[in-house]
Design a protein around this ligand. Structure first.
Ligand SMILES: [Zn+2]
Length: 347
């Protein structure tokens, strides 16, 4: 049997490099991809903490990255062996009720399965179900590592933050959370020319990066953050506030910041319940959205990367060889200490 190396969720707090059998084509719609560039997501850290009950120990992690198609099933039409591809974090059959409504995140035979309910991309080879709906061809106008940001980071920020948050020309926008997704929102919110774009996060390094990407105001997350935003907005608050952290304190802040008629777009992965202050919000005509990325915007985002209108290079702060995957996890797990945003894995 041909084997490969893979990063496995061996138990709570235990990422392990193991030898595993190489994946085979199991269905006519499958592709097997040889990985070239991988990365680690905050969600992988959640799995390692035991926050994701649906991901069982023994699972190969990872739902992002790029590679070369190694083999395809008989009914795959868009991709052939040798094609260089981006693996989407969302697997889509393109034909079920949800996929037809543009809700591929809830595909009845897919959605977020890679590195979750089936083996993922942090391995030398990965089997991608429904390849025609779940892979994208690489573009020529950006680095391969930068394009790995189109697996999850950029479409999630754009769809769950910018689109769900209804960012409009001239509107005011605040982003609570300066991780890779929060910074992806900074990049894509500017497609709509908001009049103000406020980054609120605790990490001074991330505020600095946000400033370099074009935010109009940087505010340190803490007890005075709401007051500072109110001072900037004449006491009105912001039209769109995007929750990109996923803890009760940040969701509380979003409720303080939203203006009359505004939108709170939640995309943080919440591991516990939060308070909803309806006593303060009931009369403010606001909207609260929740969303999981459908990756319907990936093709459009790749076109913008190809023409240089979006550049994700700045999100990539560290590169590790796959043999050093455990070091990559320690660095990404202590991101503030290492000034890490996204780590790239070279296979
Ligand atoms: Zn589907």
């Amino acid at each position: 049997m041909t084997t490969m190396r893979a990063l496995v969720f061996a138990g709570i707090g235990q990422p392990m490099l193991e030898e595993r059998p190489r994946p085979q084509i199991l269905a006519a719609t499958d592709a097997v991809v040889k990985m070239v560039k991988g990365t680690i997501c905050g969600t992988d850290l959640h799995i390692l903490k035991g926050d994701v009950a649906t991901c069982a120990p023994g699972r190969i992690l990872g739902h992002e990255g790029t590679g070369v198609v190694h083999s395809v099933g008989a009914s795959v039409t868009t991709f052939k062996p040798g094609d260089r591809v981006i693996v989407s974090c969302i697997t889509s059959c393109m034909s079920c009720e949800f996929c037809r409504k543009g809700l591929a995140s809830h595909c009845v035979d897919g959605g977020w399965v890679l590195g979750h309910t089936i083996d993922g991309t942090q391995a030398e080879y990965v089997r991608v179900p429904h390849a025609d709906g779940s892979l994208h061809h690489l573009i020529s106008g950006a680095s391969e590592a930068a394009q790995a940001m189109c697996s999850d980071v950029l479409p999630t920020g754009f769809e769950c933050g910018v689109l769900s948050g209804r960012v409009k020309p001239g509107s005011s926008v605040a982003i609570v959370g300066g991780g890779p997704i929060g910074l992806g929102i900074v990049l894509t919110a500017q497609l709509y020319s908001p009049s103000s774009l406020i980054m609120i996060t605790r990490d001074p390094n991330r505020l600095k990066i946000a400033a370099s990407l074009g935010v109009t105001h940087c505010i340190t997350f803490g007890p005075s953050a709401a007051e500072e935003v109110m001072a900037l907005t004449g006491g009105r608050g912001v039209d769109t506030v995007i929750e990109a952290a996923g803890v009760p304190g940040t969701f509380d802040l979003c409720q303080e910041l939203v203006a009359v008629g505004g939108t709170i777009a939640n995309l943080g992965v919440h591991g516990c319940k939060v308070d909803l202050h309806l006593d303060k919000l009931w009369h403010k005509n606001i909207t609260i959205t929740t969303s999981l990325v459908d990756t319907v915007s990936t093709g459009m985002l790749l076109k913008l990367m190809n023409s240089g209108k979006i550049n994700t290079d700045v999100l990539i702060t560290h590169t590790f060889s796959f043999a050093k995957m455990l070091d990559a996890y320690s660095t990404f797990g202590a991101a503030a200490e290492h000034k890490a945003i996204k780590v790239i894995i070279d296979f």
